[in-house]
Design a protein around this ligand. Structure first.
Ligand code: ATP
Length: 332
């Protein structure tokens, strides 16, 4: 589903030199006027494009805009995000993705929004979703495996986001099992997986990802989450291209998911996952509605549960559903 606009943008971005109008026409089978229109649209969106007679066009700078073309023009995936929706504002990208699934959109359909008015977290929690600085995206899947495997998808996504953040920013991104990504002990990302199950098969799964990217200062977060929330810009000092990070998340997820389905467990991902797992071999507190306890996190099982060694040596298998895990002295 690539448009002329995203194709032209991709070519301009990939070529370091000028690209002539004629080259663009020939390559994509469009008219001179069509090319000229696309270039003007891109300029209006904030792209700095130099036009030199007899040489052609050259992309000087891309703004940190999120648009369908900006994201689609970067994607090199086979299925993740190939059906792509971009919305300026929505309630929740997870809810949109469920609707698109019901309407027949394919496995890998992705929804990205600039702003959410009702961003959600696990168990009825909220996700703060201001415009202009963050990523709110949901990928929808139509897997063929049994519903009991689906909880592992949260871990597959957590690994993918941690890898994408590390590659894009050089920051050390840790996974706070099961669904948060943490940088320098604070949360930069939350993941919310929701399933629609029909008796014994999965109709679809949606995996929502919220990442704080270019929020400039801690004061930009509401007071109640300030102690735990941070952004990639605050931690790295770098302005980050959200579209580029989205591309990496989709790219990593496609690879990790395809690896996951070969075994339907995490056996081939566990090594990479463990490199990002926070609190490995350190004390953790498991907040379980049936009673909290402390222990030492010893890693995850191949089916995605956290293994916690209690005092006295008893090994407990922690299922993600109802629990939150903390460090012994704070959020991590
Ligand atoms: P935890 O285990 O940390 O309690 P959770 O996994 O149960 O979290 P999530 O669904 O990941 O919960 O996230 C929701 C929580 O994250 C909210 O209750 C709030 O405290 C915090 N939060 C909300 N918006 C943001 C944000 N933009 N950045 C960081 N943290 C946020």
């Amino acid at each position: 589903m690539k448009t002329d606009k995203s194709n032209i943008l991709a070519l301009l971005r990939d070529s370091r030199d000028y690209v002539s109008g004629q080259q663009l026409c020939d390559r994509f089978g469009v008219s001179r006027t069509a090319v000229w229109k696309v270039i003007n649209q891109l300029k209006e969106e904030g792209y700095q494009i130099e036009a030199v007679s007899r040489k052609g066009y050259r992309l000087i700078e891309s703004p940190d805009v999120l648009s369908r073309s900006e994201i689609a023009s970067r994607l090199k995936t086979k299925w993740a995000g190939q059906c792509l929706y971009y919305l300026d504002e929505t309630g929740s990208t997870n809810i949109d993705a469920k609707r698109y699934a019901e309407e027949g959109d394919p496995h890998g359909t992705t929804v990205v929004a600039e702003k959410q008015t009702a961003g959600r977290g696990r168990r009825g929690k909220y996700w703060e979703s201001p415009p202009g600085t963050a990523i709110y995206m949901t990928i929808m899947l139509k897997p063929k495996f049994a519903p009991d495997k689906a909880s592992m998808l949260t871990l597959v996504m957590a690994l993918s986001v941690a890898e994408a953040i590390s590659e894009e920013t050089g920051l050390n991104a840790g996974i706070k099992w099961p669904n948060d990504i943490v940088v320098h002990k604070k949360k930069v990302c939350g993941i919310l997986t929701e399933l629609n199950v029909e008796t014994d098969y999965i109709q679809y799964v949606v995996i929502g990802v919220g990442i704080n990217v270019n929020n400039g200062a801690p004061e930009e977060f509401p007071e109640e989450i300030r102690p735990v929330a941070t952004s990639l810009k605050i931690e790295s000092g770098l302005q980050i291209s959200r579209a580029s990070l989205i591309e990496r998340v989709l790219d990593r997820f496609e690879q990790n998911y395809d690896t996951f389905v070969t075994t339907l467990d995490l056996s081939r991902l566990i090594e990479a996952y463990s490199r990002h797992l926070l609190n490995l071999n350190a004390g953790v507190k498991v907040l379980d509605p049936k009673g909290s306890y402390t222990g030492i996190a010893r890693g995850i099982s191949t089916t995605g549960e956290l293994l916690v060694e209690k005092e006295g040596g008893e090994m407990v298998t922690v299922y993600a559903g109802e629990v939150s895990v903390r460090g012994l002295y704070g959020y991590t």
